[in-house]
Each structure stands twice: as structure tokens, then as C-alpha cells.
Design a protein around this ligand. Structure first.
Ligand SMILES: Nc1nc2c(ncn2[C@@H]2O[C@H](COP(=O)(O)OP(=O)(O)OP(=O)(O)O)[C@@H](O)[C@H]2O)c(=O)[nH]1
Ligand SMILES: [Mg+2]
Length: 354
């Protein structure tokens, strides 16, 4: 019953992560029909002219570009090809929608989408004013202006509602703080096994899965380990080049990381070591961007059931030579329950020292 054709363009800079980029697109659209690598993006249209020419004769149902497109590039593509253009920001937001389980998550996604769409509508209005738009975009100016006003209003309504939700969360957090219970945030790259570890530490049964961004709403649970109480919070995963619009929109989720006393940074150690280090780097960069400073970070090298002892030794060595400021480095398997007790012991000893 397949009647849609999905064409995907991936920039050369992501060639070595192509599996991850394709898995993001597949999560939303299922099977892909054509995947192209873009070596030199065209400044006006991103995609090369001859390719656009061919697509204009036989438009796909979606044209996905796994990069951040400038508004003018989107409108220039739309002037040639009658299709829906989805860039990496919109695509990641669509992945988020699939997993969003709360009103807050949905509002955050909508806000990010609006922030991403407003400059595009502005560009369309500007081009229609100077008569640059022809064909199916041509007569749209009045519609674009109305749509722009609508989006601006919707944006401020969402912001107000999100502020309310954030206040409630803050009150809850302050209550825990008053009760003196240390907060532990489980953080890290998407699919690293954060929720599996959360379940292993808390005995809960939150959904886990191989597809990116399974978890979108932070979940907290109380634990009692080695004589100390703590609250563990699972969080949304990171990805390389997370667009700034998304970082801001998900600030409420990351607030839990910012407010924590200890961070457990989970990484998937079954990946090649260069990627492990890349993921740690991305995570530390995001911690910096949201203002995390001076907190003890435990590095949990997860999925050690999938690697050999020698691989593990090599990973530990290379990770430490890249950065040795972690409070502890603990190899674990969250799924197979390996070293979870050791991790609990390390958490407890850090808490006792706070
Ligand atoms: N082999 C192995 N697989 C694991 C382990 N821990 C988690 N996984 C698998 O890794 C995948 C991702 O696990 P999740 O716990 O959903 O990962 P996450 O970091 O919460 O991912 P998002 O919420 O999507 O960001 C799942 O298929 C898990 O079964 C482990 O210790 N060993
Ligand atoms: Mg998860």
C-alpha cells in the first residue's frame, strides 16, 4: 500500500554517522526510497541544481534534508519542487512527537516547531512582497501574513503555559530539597541505555527501546541504597548537533539535570571508541550550555555485556586520556544487571561526601 516516496539528503559531514541519521528518518517515515550524500551544499538551494531539476519533474512526497536549512533555501527548493521539505530540526521534532507522553512535551515540541517555522514564513512574505514567488507559492502573501500572526500568538500562549508547568516542577523540586534528599540525574546520548539503567536502579519498568528518543518526559523515583535516600531522574537523550531551538524547548527537561546533585552520564560502550568519546564530548558540551558546573559526574560505561575485556580496557584508557575529571568511571550492563551494585556503592559514597 506504499504510495509515498521519501527522498533523503545527508551532508557529507555526517557520512560516518550515516546509520544514526538514517535511523532517525526511518523512525518517522519507515522505509526510505532514495538516500543521497551532499558533498557541497548549494548556498541557494542546498541540493544541487541538476538533482532539483530531476525532482521537479517527479516530485517525491517528502524531501528530507539532514542538515539545518536556511529559510531562503527552503523557499528556493519549494519554488522548484512541489513537495514537503523537512530538515533535520523538523525531523527530530517529529521523532519527539512520536514519543511525547505529556502535555508539557507536546507544548515544547510545538514551540520549537513554531520558532523554526517563523523565519521561513517571514522569508515567504518578503519574497511575495517583491513578487519573487511564482507557481503554487505565488498567490499566498495574505495567507502567509495571517499564518505569521497566528503563530506569534500561539507562541506566547505556549510560553505562558510552559512557565506554569515549570513553576509546579520547581515547587516539587524545592520540596525535595527541603527534605534534604539528594537528586541524581541520569543523562547522556540517546539509546545509551539511560532508562534501562533507571529501571535497574529503581526497580521500575519504564519503556526502553532501540529507536532514538524513547524517553521524552523526565521520570523520577526514590531509591534507598547503602543507607542513603536519593531521587533518581531519567532524562531526554542528547544527539550530535542538537539544534539550539530544541535545546531551549527542552530546557524544562534539562532543568532536572541542572538541579541535580550528581549526574550519571551513560554511554554505550559497544560503539567504536571514537564515537564513545564523541558522545561524551557532545554531552559535556550540552552540560556547559545549560550551565552545569562543579557537579560530580559518574561515567557509566554501559552495555559491557556486548564487548570483550580488552575492548573495555582500551575504552577506559582512551576515555581517561580524553578527560579525567569524572568522579568515577563504572563499567556496567544495565540490561544484564552487571556492576549495578558497584554503581550504587559509588553513588552512596559520593552522597555521603556531599
Ligand atoms: N546489550 C545491551 N543492551 C542494552 C543495555 N542497556 C540498554 N540496552 C539496549 O539499548 C537500547 C536503548 O535502551 P534505552 O534504555 O531505551 O536507552 P535510552 O538511553 O533511555 O534511550 P532514549 O530514551 O531513546 O534516549 C535498548 O534496546 C536496550 O535494550 C545493556 O546493558 N546491554
Ligand atoms: Mg530512555
Amino acid at each position: 500500500m506504499k504510495n509515498k516516496r521519501i527522498v533523503v539528503f545527508i551532508p557529507k559531514k555526517y557520512e560516518s554517522y550515516i546509520d544514526e541519521e538514517i535511523s532517525l528518518v526511518k523512525t518517522v517515515y519507515g522505509d526510505l526510497d532514495e538516500v543521497y550524500i551532499v558533498r557541497n551544499p548549494n548556498p541557494k538551494t542546498y541540493i544541487q541544481q541538476d538533482k532539483l531539476e530531476a525532482l521537479s519533474k517527479d516530485p517525491p512526497s517528502k524531501l528530507v534534508v539532514m542538515d539545518i536549512l536556511k529559510p531562503s533555501q527552503v523557499t528556493n527548493i519549494l519554488r522548484k519542487v512541489n513537495t514537503e521539505v523537512v530538515d533535520r530540526v523538523l525531523l527530530i521534532l517529529e521523532v519527539f512527537v512520536l514519543h511525547a507522553g505529556s502535555r508539557e512535551a507536546l507544548l515544547q515540541i510545538e514551540l520549537a516547531r513554531i520558532r523554526h517555522t517563523l523565519p521561513l514564513i517571514k522569508d515567504l512574505i518578503r519574497k511575495s512582497k517583491i513578487g519573487e514567488l511564482a507557481g503554487f507559492l505565488g498567490p499566498g502573501r495574505y495567507g502567509f501574513e495571517k499564518y505569521y500572526t497566528y503563530l506569534r500568538k500561539r507562541e506566547s500562549r505556549i510560553r505562558r503555559e510552559l512557565e506554569e508547568i515549570s513553576k509546579v516542577r520547581k515547587i516539587r523540586r524545592e520540596k525535595r530539597f527541603r527534605e534534604g534528599i539528594p537528586q541524581i540525574a541520569i543523562s547522556g546520548y540517546t539509546c545509551a541505555g539511560k532508562t534501562t539503567l533507571f529501571n535497574a536502579l529503581t526497580g521500575r519498568n519504564m519503556p526502553v527501546g532501540p529507536e532514538p528518543f524513547t524517553t521524552l518526559n523526565p521520570k523520577s523515583a526514590r531509591i534507598y541504597i547503602n543507607g542513603v535516600h536519593a531521587i533518581v531522574t531519567d532524562t531526554v537523550g542528547f544527539i550530535r548537533d542538537l539544534p539550539p531551538e530544541i535545546i531551549e524547548a527542552f530546557y524544562a527537561t534539562l532543568e532536572e539535570v541542572l538541579a541535580s546533585d550528581i549526574i550519571i552520564l551513560v554511554v554505550d560502550s559497544s560503539k567504536p571508541v571514537a564515537r564513545i568519546i564523541g558522545e561524551i564530548e557532545t554531552s559535556r558540551k550540552i552540560f556547559n550550555e545549560i550551565g552545569v558546573q562543579g557537579k560530580p559526574i559518574i561515567l557509566a560505561l554501559n552495555k559491557i555485556d556486548s564487548i570483550g575485556k580488552e575492548d573495555l580496557d582500551k575504552i577506559v584508557k582512551e576515555v581517561l586520556s580524553y578527560y579525567n575529571g569524572f568522579a568515577k568511571v563504572v563499567p556496567v550492563s544495565a540490561a544484564k544487571n552487571v556492576n549495578i551494585d558497584l554503581l550504587k556503592k559509588e553513588i552512596a559514597s559520593i552522597i555521603k561526601g556531599i
